[in-house]
Design a protein around this ligand. Structure first.
Ligand SMILES: C[S@@+](CC[C@H](N)C(=O)[O-])C[C@H]1O[C@@H](n2cnc3c(N)ncnc32)[C@H](O)[C@@H]1O
Length: 211
């Protein structure tokens, strides 16, 4: 979470009263087992965006245990929306499978594999693409999934400002990833006029519409 907004984000989070037992269970599990999932306010925003966009065909790269996936799938199920989500880690893939079943969402296609390879096998267009996997590969995920974006579709990239390390002092071990994310943001601003950066959660990158 970006340092300056931490208090505001905590306040917003305190106002969100989740009642869904499966979602609450996933939040507890993620906290106890250190599984990185979207923050509550980002989850709220994702839900808002897919509903506003009336997303019919969502692609997620980075399922983890299926937390954001369940939230998006539930948000669009009333009008026949569908989620395709890709996870590279087999243990998380299995946890996600179990969680989707517990949450009774059946509008989900869960794929086990490397997003970079699996995206290339996908058919059709997606009107909402959520990128939330290995940050060092964000540009590749973006390039490949952009090819599948519908004309007015949205790409939503989480953690793009990487805990604020892009503009403040960061631990040396993050040097490469910080450089890559900075270059990626410059690349997006230079080449994609619809791109915008939002300073909440860990930083959200948004792109609407295809060139
Ligand atoms: C931040 S977590 C995703 C959280 C999830 N979107 C949520 O909010 O509930 C990132 C996930 O991406 C997965 N991942 C990393 N590299 C990947 C790749 N190349 N292809 C697919 N998944 C990948 C990790 O195993 C991890 O579970």
């Amino acid at each position: 979470m970006l340092e300056e907004l931490r208090e505001a984000n905590s306040y917003i989070t305190s106002k969100i009263k989740e009642t869904d037992s499966v979602i609450l269970e996933m939040e507890k599990f993620a906290q106890e087992q250190n599984v990185p999932i979207v923050t509550k306010e980002v989850a709220e925003y994702l839900k808002f965006m897919v509903k506003m966009n009336k997303s019919k065909n969502i692609l997620e790269i980075g399922t983890a245990i299926g937390y954001s996936g369940t939230i998006m799938a539930k948000a669009v199920e009333e009008y026949g929306g569908h989620l395709t989500t890709i996870e590279i880690d087999e243990e998380r893939f299995n946890q996600a499978k179990e969680n989707f079943a517990k949450a009774k969402v059946d509008n989900v296609t869960l794929i086990l594999g490397d997003g970079l390879e699996e995206i290339k096998k996908l058919q059709g267009e997606f009107d909402f693409i959520f990128i939330d996997a290995a940050k060092g590969k964000y540009k590749e995920f973006f390039e490949d999934s952009y090819k599948l974006l519908s004309k007015d579709g949205i790409i939503f990239i989480d953690n793009i400002m990487f805990r604020g390390y892009l503009y403040k002092e960061y631990p040396k071990r993050f040097k490469t990833i910080v450089r890559k994310l900075n270059e990626f943001i410059d690349y997006l601003y230079e080449n994609y006029p619809g791109f915008t950066l939002l300073p909440f959660g860990d930083g959200i990158g948004l792109l609407q519409g295809k060139k």
